[in-house]
Design a protein around this ligand. Sequence first.
Ligand code: F6P
Length: 367
Amino acid sequence: MIKKRTRRIGILTSGGDCPGLNAVIRAVTKKAIHEYGYEVIGIKDGFEGLLFNRHLKLSEKDVSGILTLGGTILGTTNRANPYKYPVESKDTVVYKDFSGQVIENLRKLKIDRLVCIGGDGTLDTAHRLSLQGVAVVGVPKTIDNDVKGTDITFGFDTAVHIATEGVDRLHTTAESHHRIMILEVMGRSAGWIALYAGLAGGGDGILIPEIPYDLNHIAQHIKDRRKKGKNFTILVVSEGAKPLGGGVTVQRIVKDGSEPVRLGGVSFVIGRELEKLTGIETRNVVLGHLQRGGSPSPFDRILGTQLGSKAVDLIAQGELGCMAGVKNGCLVKVPLSKVAHGSRRVPVDHSLIKDARAIGTCFGDGR
Ligand code: F6P
């Protein structure tokens, strides 16, 4: 009788880290071993670990106690796209396609299923690998909440909690000093974090990339507040917010990144201009990576566990080339072809925008 080989799952985290990654790693590993008797290989530092053979066998014990930890026990990088990997050549950097090497290394490791936990860039790579015959299942992660094909990504809830606490803390000092306080939050080209934290914290203005702003409208809003006896203003601004007819504020270019532009600093620009337009002292805070660090919220621990569990079920059912996602509160299978390419932005007619406008929140567009 021929003995059937035990299925061996590889798991990697790629792109920027976010709270809840360890919850997924734990769920995938425990369920794969406990319920299906699979073996699990943890790949270190995303696709880089597959290129350079950095990996370890994971046992249930290895993933015990990591549910509450931020970051990822496997490590990650957002500079290791195997289709466009930077290689130093003389004085310059050239980009080469190492996908063949990745596929060959998976074969050598006898990994017959690969779980890729990441945002749109990682899931795009996962999709391309699946088109080349790799048996992949994706799990969507990012604080930005902008992965297509799912209503929510883990990490977002934690980021919103931290950003909301930021708004709450700015409130008291803004009120004491009668100042304009601006909180700049992450999110790239999607305004989800600013919208949710702005609403939860009672921001007077919320600026998101999807609705270009005109500073004159914001200045007028602040002056109107003054007339009503409100001597302070809180603005929650997404790092990707941009003026009508203008561009985003770029903080730096990450040379080797598959997505080189890093946003940041728009709150400085807005603060300077608003101070001139209103004559009111203005301060700004860039919340930055605080939104990505630390322990995941209970919601993200649960969501990470659910998505990890769903990913293993998809593997067991032979459903490949897909991602575990959430639609209308249910766990679903989403083809990777529908996830790759682009991000999920806030619709300008989103009900939360309507609700916010209805209570007088300014989006900088004069409406
Ligand atoms: O995609 C997650 C995110 O935190 C974005 O909100 C932000 O623009 C970017 O990553 C920052 O990337 P890095 O960690 O490379 O500075």
